[in-house]
Write a protein that binds this ligand. Structure first.
Ligand SMILES: Nc1ncnc2c1ncn2[C@@H]1O[C@H](COP(=O)(O)OP(=O)(O)OP(=O)(O)O)[C@@H](O)[C@H]1O
Ligand SMILES: [Mg+2]
Length: 243
C-alpha cells in the first residue's frame, strides 16, 4: 500500500518561543480515514498549517504521496484540500463564487469549475444557497461551504480541522456519511476532532498528540484493548492524564 502522508521529526517553534511541535513523526496510508487527536493547543492546527504552507516549519520533513514538501510545495498543495478550523472565506461573496474561485487558484477554468462546484454543493445540501451571500449562512452551512471549497480541485488528501464544530446532530450524521463516502471513493482523509465518538466511529488509526509530541499512535481498537478502555474517549483521558 502506498503512503499518503509521511511526517518525519516535524518541529515548529513560533517566534513567540512556543514549541508547538517537538519532533512529530507518523505515516498515513493511502485510502485511510485517519484521526489526528489532541487537547486544545496540542499542535494539530500547526501541523495542518505546515502542510498547507500557512506555517513555516522549523525542523523535520514531510512528503505527500511521495512528494517532498520542501522540494515541490506547490505540487504538494495541489494534492491537499483543507477545511480550516476558522471560517476564512469572504463574507460578502456568493456561495457558488467562493467554491469556483477556489478552483481558479489551482488553474481550473471557470467553465469546468462551475458544474463541479454545483455538484459538490448539491452533495453537501447547499445547492439552494448557491446564490446567497456567505454571510447569510448559518454556522453549520458555513462549515459545509468550507468542505465544498476544499474539494473543488479534487484533492487526494483532505485535511479536516474540526469540521463538525457547531454542526447540529442531524447534520453531523450527514457529514459523517458524506466523509465516509468520499473516503470510500478513494480520498485519503485526516480528521481532527474533539468529538471522540466521531473519531472512534469513522477512523481506523489514530495519532494522539500531546504538547507537541506523539503520545500514542496505532489502531484505535487495539489501543483501546491494550488499556482496557471501553471507548476512545476513555483511552484519550487515560493518555492525557498520564505524566
Ligand atoms: N501564530 C502563532 N503564534 C504563536 N503561537 C502559536 C500560533 N499559533 C499557534 N500557537 C501556539 O502553538 C500551540 C499549538 O497550537 P495549535 O493551534 O496548533 O493547537 P491545536 O492542537 O490545533 O489546538 P485546538 O484543539 O485548540 O485547535 C499553542 O500553544 C498555541 O498557542
Ligand atoms: Mg486547532
Amino acid at each position: 500500500m502506498s503512503i499518503a502522508l509521511s511526517i518525519n521529526n516535524l518541529e515548529k517553534t513560533y517566534a513567540t518561543g512556543t514549541k508547538a511541535l517537538k519532533g512529530v513523526s507518523f505515516d498515513v496510508q493511502a485510502g485511510e480515514l485517519f484521526a489526528l487527536l489532541g487537547a486544545n493547543g496540542a499542535g494539530k492546527t500547526t501541523l495542518i498549517g505546515i502542510l498547507t504552507g500557512l506555517v513555516q516549519k522549523t525542523g523535520g520533513s514531510a512528503t505527500v504521496f511521495g512528494i517532498d514538501l520542501d522540494k515541490e510545495p506547490e505540487k504538494v498543495r495541489s494534492m491537499i484540500g483543507v477545511v480550516p478550523q476558522e471560517f476564512n472565506f469572504s463574507i460578502f461573496e456568493k456561495v457558488l463564487d467562493i467554491v469556483v474561485d477556489a478552483a481558479g487558484y489551482y488553474g481550473i477554468p471557470r467553465s469546468e469549475a462551475t458544474p463541479r462546484a454545483e455538484q459538490i454543493l448539491k452533495d453537501l445540501g447547499l445547492f439552494e444557497k448557491r446564490n446567497a451571500i456567505s454571510r447569510t449562512l448559518s454556522g453549520g452551512m458555513k462549515r459545509r461551504l468550507l468542505i465544498a471549497r476544499a474539494l473543488v480541485h479534487q484533492p487526494k488528501l483532505l485535511l479536516l480541522d474540526e469540521p463538525s464544530a457547531g454542526v447540529d446532530v442531524e447534520l453531523r450524521r450527514e457529514m459523517w456519511e458524506f466523509v465516509t463516502k468520499l473516503n470510500a471513493s478513494g480520498t485519503t482523509i485526516i480528521l481532527t476532532t474533539h468529538y471522540l465518538e466521531e473519531a472512534e466511529r469513522l477512523c481506523k488509526n489514530v495519532v494522539l498528540i500531546k504538547e507537541g509530541v506523539v503520545a500514542e499512535q496505532g489502531n484505535i481498537q487495539e489501543l483501546m484493548a491494550k488499556t482496557g478502555a471501553q471507548t476512545l474517549e476513555d483511552f484519550y483521558l487515560h493518555v492525557n492524564k498520564r505524566v
